[in-house]
Design a protein around this ligand. Structure first.
Ligand code: ATP
Ligand code: MG
Length: 609
């Protein structure tokens, strides 16, 4: 797993995918390297677009050394699980001089929508991948293969390999058997080829209502693999399709459509999640027969399975995520609490952080749960040397420096500065420092003052000294309270000649430096503090109802004061608010007049604590 791998040269590839980084090997890389070493695809031809055997045979040798695909169904927005598949498929194509197709698996007439098609295109592109390669755009729609699929179905019928079954769904289910019991043949299984063809054409012509008949493969009702017990290939559905309109009233099943889509596109490695492992024998059965009939090009695609991503504290199912949106539990697909790509983006995630996460979790065949903290860790590592520091006071309490006017004169504002990226690596250009001013009145965090300090407390309490970060050392002298006993103001005096960066500044030793924002130049901002959406680590596992496990505190909004360097912030800009975490200017609602920052991730891993 951890042996370093030097990617094959990307010669000849103009695949514009994200910056390559040396990738650890995995079982899929080993399979591809083996196939390439054997010259398995060396004679493969590419007709310039998807097509049947004759179409490809007429084309030149395929310039792509391998072909992979990412085949989403456009029935929702992509989530972090899809990101794993995207990074995997596009990453393999990039590293081995191949191409990854973006294919919309739009064979189901219902639930599919142009909004989702557009959203998926945006998400893949934003993640840093591209489906333009070798002078063509490899963006495909499974629905454009309906004609070929129909032809393949008639071919199977002609070969005695498929039949029209008119049992009721209940009868079909009852005769399917189970793991312990072999299935029983349908009474329609022995129909003649001519009768099957005629009936299938009636299905196609719209002469039968929904559910009246299906086309099934004729394989083996006693197979130990239930997927081979005469799987359904076509069903009747009188429904308009977003791309083909009402041209079709029969639609192919996923298990029939998918291998054909791969074959027409000359996919070399069809990579899917482990749930489809039991489908592989049918995948091969179908393509073997289509090869034998000369319908599809060789070598035919092969299916390989890897473990899907399961991430704690989130649900990764488009259907369940759609429910959260439709029920108004979140504010939309791009709500920063959503594990969707658009949600993560709005939360402050970068494509690099998501790619880093996908690299770190790797690709295996082992079923496991990945801790949410691994995703957060990738973002933290990504932003550490990129996100400028800033001071923000999230729960402001006023601090008055009572000797300020005597020391500096009334209204004096002392210019201060701090580095934007204090620990950036030496090879990185140093951005200019942040500048702000200190005056008589300052905002500090409410919990940086304690009238009666708890044991070990090092911040402000009467008689104690702290440094105002980047400013002076101060000594607390007391506080003012309102009628209810709530502290409304803290008082302190400035120790002269202790300003950070001036000679002798360290002559007075303190145990703590606190963050602050000057009352004169601080900017008020809305800060949205996000937490996990669910209280349970596996909210939809084992039959649990994820809707009963929502975290009521997943969003807390505070009115904060932030330092003046944030006045020029643009949407999507990211910062480290010192001591608090990484924040992003909300890409939808942030404006200079009304700044809005989202918590992207805290400074330390606090999950499960
Ligand atoms: P959902 O249930 O969320 O709709 P899906 O698998 O049905 O998921 P598709 O649009 O069919 O969604 O998925 C496109 C590709 O993304 C598939 O190849 C699938 O294997 C992959 N994929 C989906 N979820 C995950 C996941 N959690 N981990 C890894 N790959 C995934
Ligand atoms: Mg699906």
């Amino acid at each position: 797993m951890s042996s370093p791998h030097s990617p094959a040269n990307v010669q000849g590839s103009d695949n514009g995918a994200a910056t390559p980084r040396p990738q650890p090997s995995n079982f899929l890389r080993q399979i591809i390297e083996h196939d390439l070493a054997q010259g398995k695809f060396a004679q493969a031809r590419w007709g310039g677009s998807p097509g049947d055997a004759a179409h490809h045979a007429a084309g030149p040798l395929d310039p792509a050394r391998i072909r992979t695909r990412f085949p989403p169904e456009p029935n929702g927005y992509l989530h972090i699980g899809h990101a794993k598949s995207i990074c995997l498929n596009f990453g393999l194509a990039r590293d081995y001089g191949g191409v990854c197709h973006l294919r919309f698996d739009d064979t189901n007439p219902e639930k599919e929508d142009q909004e989702y098609v557009d959203g998926i295109i945006d998400a893949v592109r934003w993640l840093g991948f591209d489906w333009h390669a070798f002078g063509t755009e490899h963006l495909y729609y499974a629905s454009s293969y309906f004609d070929f699929m129909y032809r393949a179905a008639e071919y199977l019928i002609e070969q005695g390999l498929a039949y029209v079954d008119e049992q009721t769904p209940e009868e079909m289910r009852a005769r399917r058997g189970d793991f312990a019991t072999p299935g029983v043949d349908s009474p329609y299984r022995t129909r003649s080829v001519a009768e099957n063809l005629a009936r299938f054409r009636q299905m196609k012509a719209g002469e039968l209502p929904d559910g009246a008949a299906v086309l099934r493969a004729k394989i083996d009702m006693a197979s130990p693999n239930i997927n081979l017990r005469d799987p359904v290939l076509y069903r009747i559905k009188h429904a308009a399709h977003h791309a083909t309109g009402t041209r079709w009233c029969i639609y192919p099943m996923y298990t029939f459509a998918h291998p054909i889509e791969d074959a027409l596109e000359r996919i070399t490695h069809s990579i899917c999640t482990l749930e489809f492992e039991d489908q592989r024998p049918f995948y091969d059965w179908l393509l073997d027969h289509l090869v034998a009939g000369g319908l599809i090009a060789t070598p035919q695609p092969r299916q390989y399975e890897f473990a899907r991503l399961n991430l704690t504290y989130v649900v990764t199912s488009k259907r369940k995520l759609k429910h959260l949106v439709d029920a108004g539990i979140v504010q939309g697909w791009d709500d920063p609490r959503m594990p969707t790509i658009v949600g993560l983006r709005r939360r402050g995630y970068t494509p690099e952080a998501i790619q880093l996460f996908c690299e770190r979790i790797g690709v295996t065949k082992d079923y496991s749960w990945i801790e949410y903290s691994a995703l957060e860790g990738a973002l933290r590592d990504e932003l550490e040397h990129k996100a400028p520091r800033a001071m923000a006071v999230l729960e402001p309490l006023k601090l008055v420096l009572t000797n300020w006017d005597d020391l500096f004169g009334a209204g004096h504002l002392e210019p201060c500065e701090l580095p934007a990226l204090p620990h950036a690596p030496q090879d990185q250009p140093t951005p200019p420092p942040r500048r702000f001013t200190l005056g008589k009145e300052v905002w500090i965090e409410r919990d940086d003052f304690a009238e009666v300090p708890p044991k070990g407390y090092k911040r402000l309490f009467p008689g104690n000294r702290v440094r105002l970060k980047g400013g002076f050392v101060i000594e607390c002298t007391g506080c003012v309270k309102d009628a209810s006993g709530q502290v409304t103001e803290v008082h302190a005096s400035v120790l002269p000649d202790t300003k950070s960066g001036t000679p002798g500044a360290d002559s007075v030793k303190v145990k703590a430096a606190i963050t602050w924002v000057g009352a004169a130049d601080g900017i008020s901002a809305e800060v949205r503090l996000y937490d996990r959406l669910f209280t349970d680590a596996q909210p939809d596992a084992g039959g649990k109802d994820f809707l009963q496990l929502l975290n009521p505190q997943s969003l807390r909004v505070v009115q904060a004061i932030v330092e003046p360097s944030l006045a020029t912030t643009r949407p999507d800009d990211k910062f480290q608010f010192e001591r608090h975490g990484y924040f992003v200017a909300d890409r939808v609602e942030h404006t200079p007049q009304r700044p809005v920052f989202n918590l992207a991730v805290g400074l330390k891993d606090s999950w499960g604590k």
